[in-house]
Design a protein around this ligand. Sequence first.
Ligand code: GRF
Length: 207
Amino acid sequence: MSADRLRLAVLASGRGSNLGAILDACRRDEFPARVVVVVSDRESAAALERGRREGVDAVFLDPKAYGDRTAYDQTLVATLERYRPGLVCLAGFMRLLGPAFVGAWAGRLMNVHPSLLPAFPGLHPHRQALQYGVKVSGATVHFVDDGVDTGPVILQASVSVRPDDSEDSLSARILAEEHRLYPEAIRLFAEGRLAIAGRRVLVKETT
Ligand code: GRF
């Protein structure tokens, strides 16, 4: 694995399937990034185990050990800085991150969300989509700003919502798109092909 690949930190609270998709991509020789650390706010997160299995440092940071969100965020920043990541990827990280964290990684912090933002931000996006009755939903990879799922959109992919969809079936269809989009967004970033212009993310063509 070449040392000059983009160094990724991945933050995940749960099962870690997006982390898995990123790790799978990183295993390919021509992929321009590698995961250097996985951090979780949940000790039992499968994502930590997944990271360890791949030989990646996996760090549990217990929110209960810190007095408030700022203290936690500062520790998170300090922990990540030790690994010198070029990009921090949120992949099902369920804690809200405050300005102390977001400011430290501005323009180098991505998230994946299972809806076509700005529709259905926040919790239970699949449920929101089904309750609203939309015919199309999807996945979004975006840069993170101070809001909840409000940062500039990098890539999106749509899926049909079927009349008999449950949260589980819709979520599975969208998840497949997340797994495709997230590594692609990381590749574009690593290749220096993303430029943030206000709310827009411009994707440069290869020459
Ligand atoms: C994904 O649907 C992601 O979009 C959302 O949380 C879920 C995490 O799933 N933010 P996983 O842990 O990557 O499997």
